[in-house]
Design a protein around this ligand. Structure first.
Ligand SMILES: Nc1ncnc2c1ncn2[C@@H]1O[C@H](COP(=O)(O)OP(=O)(O)O)[C@@H](O)[C@H]1O
Ligand SMILES: [Mg+2]
Length: 242
C-alpha cells in the first residue's frame, strides 16, 4: 500500500490542531503515534478517517485522494479506524455489532456472507463465546477488541487505532498486542496512538511524535526515544521506563 499525507492542516477556532503534518510510507508496517495530551493525535486520525475535513494539505491512499471523503467512503477505500472512546452499539449483541456496519457498507454481499465472516472474526479474536452477549456487558478491553473485529469484517488495509490499550486489563492487552502482530504479518498496516510506552515502543517499526500539531520526530523508535525535542516535549518523564 502507498500512503501519503502532505502538509495537513486543521484548526478549531484559534487552535492549530494540525499545523502542516507530512508523512508517507509504502509497503506494510506498524507506525506508532505519540505526543503529549492535546498535541493533535486524535485530530490526525479523525482527519484521515473523514470525521474532519482538513483546512489544507492532502491525503492520498494507493494513488487516490481521500481527503474530503465521508467516513464510510474512507472505509471503502481501505482505511478503518477505532475510537479513543469506544463506539460499540451498547444495546446490540457482539455479533450484531459486527454485522450491522458491514451490512450497511456492503449490503450486496448478503447477510449469509457477513454472518460467516463474523464467525471467522470472532474465532480469531477468541470471542465466539460472547457472540450473543450485549456489547454493554463487555469489559472496556473486550469493547476495544470488538472494535478491532468491526475493522476486520471489512478487511481494511490500513487500521488506525486510537488508544487501543487504554483502560485495558494487562492480560487482554497482551492479546490485543498479539492480534495486531498477526494482522500485520497478514499484510495489514497500522497507525497506533498510545500512551502505553512499553507497548508502543515494542510494537512500532516507526515512531512519529506530535507536539502542538507539528511532527517533531519520525523514525526508528529507539532513535526517537533519545531525540532531544521529544524528551523536552515529554519533560523526560514517560519515556524513561520504555
Ligand atoms: N472537535 C474539537 N473542537 C474544538 N477543539 C478541538 C476539537 N478536537 C480537538 N480539539 C483541540 O485540538 C487540540 C488537539 O486535540 P487532540 O487531537 O484531541 O489531541 P490528542 O489526541 O493528542 O490528545 C487540543 O487543543 C483540543 O482541545
Ligand atoms: Mg486523543
Amino acid at each position: 500500500m502507498e500512503f501519503e499525507i502532505s502538509n495537513l492542516k486543521k484548526h478549531f477556532g484559534g487552535i492549530q490542531a494540525l499545523d502542516g503534518v507530512s508523512l508517507n510510507f509504502s509497503g506494510n508496517l506498524i507506525i506508532g503515534l505519540i505526543g503529549p495530551n492535546g498535541s493533535g493525535k486524535s485530530t490526525l486520525v479523525n482527519t484521515i478517517g473523514g470525521i474532519y475535513e482538513p483546512d489544507g494539505g492532502t491525503i492520498t491512499f494507493n494513488g487516490k485522494r481521500i481527503d474530503h471523503l465521508k467516513p464510510n467512503q474512507v472505509v471503502q477505500h481501505g482505511i478503518g479506524r477505532t475510537f479513543q472512546v469506544t463506539r460499540a452499539f451498547r444495546r446490540m449483541t457482539v455479533m450484531e455489532n459486527l454485522l450491522v456496519p458491514a451490512l450497511a457498507l456492503y449490503p450486496e454481499k448478503g447477510r449469509k456472507t457477513w454472518e460467516a465472516r463474523s464467525r471467522e472474526v470472532l474465532d480469531f479474536l477468541t470471542m465466539d463465546h460472547l457472540r450473543n452477549d450485549y456489547a454493554r456487558s463487555l469489559s472496556g478491553g473486550q469493547q476495544k477488541l470488538l472494535e478491532l473485529g468491526q475493522l476486520m469484517m471489512t478487511d481494511t488495509q490500513l487500521l488506525l487505532l486510537d488508544e487501543p490499550f487504554a483502560g485495558v486489563h494487562p492480560k487482554l492487552m497482551e492479546s490485543i498486542f498479539e492480534y495486531i502482530q498477526t494482522l500485520y504479518a497478514q499484510g495489514k498496516s497500522f497507525l497506533i496512538i498510545s500512551h502505553d510506552m512499553n507497548s508502543i515502543f515494542t510494537l512500532s517499526h516507526r515512531l512519529i511524535v506530535l507536539n502542538y500539531g507539528k511532527l517533531i520526530a519520525d523514525g526508528d523508535p529507539q532513535v526517537v526515544k533519545y531525540d532531544e525535542k521529544v524528551i523536552e516535549a515529554y519533560l523526560g518523564e514517560e519515556l524513561q521506563d520504555a
